[in-house]
Design a protein around this ligand. Sequence first.
Ligand SMILES: Cc1ncc(COP(=O)(O)O)c(C=O)c1O
Length: 476
Amino acid sequence: MTPDKDLLEAALSIQEFESAGKELLGILKKDMQLSVDSLDNKTIDYICPEDQLNYWQDDFYSQQPVTASALFKTILDRSIKLSRRGYVGHQVAPVYPISILSSALSAYLNNGMAVYEMGMAGNAMEKIIIADLAKRFGLPDTATGFVTSGGSLGNLTALLAARAHYLQRQQPSVNYQKLAIMVSEEAHYSIQRAMIIMGLSVDNILKIPINEKGQISIEQLTGLLEKAQKNDWHIFALIGCSCTTSSGSYEDLITLGHFCREQKIWLHVDAAHGGPAIYSNKYKALLAGSEAADSIIMDFHKMMHVPSLSTAVIFRTAAHHKATFSQNAKYLWEDQTSDQWYNSGKQTFECTKPMSIIHTYIALRLYGDKFYAQHIEYLYDLTKNFADLIDQHPLLELLCTPQSNIVCFRYTGDLQRINEINKHILSKIIHEGKFYLVSTSTGGNFYLRTTIMNPRTTISDLEKLLNSVVKFATSV
Ligand SMILES: Cc1ncc(COP(=O)(O)O)c(C=O)c1O
């Protein structure tokens, strides 16, 4: 951009778009190649928050002209790279290359989705993908749903519908403050946040202890429900985690489904992370029982490896969520009352929302559902092999046998200082930068936590991770 050029013209320039675009593609291609070439190319070049802030503050107020590609490159250099083989941290996905391109298309279109004209292709794609997923989960033909921005919002949406459904069947005199949910003690924190947003509190969350596999303890369910009912709690939903965030454990949904049907309790399945196993013949049994769910959420931006945020929210019947989100908006829709799937703003919390479904639609359309089956199977199989390495190692211990692609483990070489040493290992690994992993705590015990997200990661990479764990354990 030359200083004498009109600014609007410069920002709108198609030629500059093309040249910056080519440069960006070059930068991304080179970086992707680094991820393929060697594990030694850093996943994270850790910069402390203050230094990062100072850098960007200086940059923002700098009078120096800058090119788009220089900015792109600096942002890349100062960010964690999920595409690296050493990225085994949180459940956010390194995206497949096609999604980088569909992101550009989505940004260009910027279709807002709430009304049909503002998301003509997106609304239709959303309906198709949701119907396909509902079928895979074994839900009846009445099932319906939509895409929303993230699992946290998805859980809130489902719980709002569950409460509305419960209240429709109760006397108007029901005590709102005694409305409660039952949930695994390992449920994601978004459930608690949703309850607080709904005007309830942590007291309204009845936590169910887990068994050694990390699942809701079925033995304790009936007793806990009886106790809750004696204390006048009105249980409007039970939440099953498929799978849990901390250890990746899938619930026994078959038993939870029977329990909920018998007790007439809404079953919500939080399949934010583990839902995509439904695409794999090898692993879909982990979700057996999902057909009894009243609502299910599944993040596309986790195990479907598309850009954040994109979450399916599926209801057993349309009536379940209508009461929650039917609002009048005369400037948006002429017809306020009828159920029009193509005006998705009628059904969701969001008004303007990104057409995030195009990433999943395009990946499925180009590569087919077998691609996602392969993807899940590669990651879940690799995780099992990784867990075997840990299990066989004399100085390492698994938290539990992984059912998905999440593995928690710790170094046990010095039991006196076990938490201290494992925290030290984590910090050292992150500062070294080759790998990025995270942690979890249970019963006062600190564990290293890995989510094997990257289809480029190999068992030999993970062997090297374990070597680093042991190396840093001895450097305390
Ligand atoms: C089981 C589960 N539910 C919900 C969420 C929240 O999803 P999001 O980060 O998309 O809001 C997560 C995120 O890790 C999760 O693991």
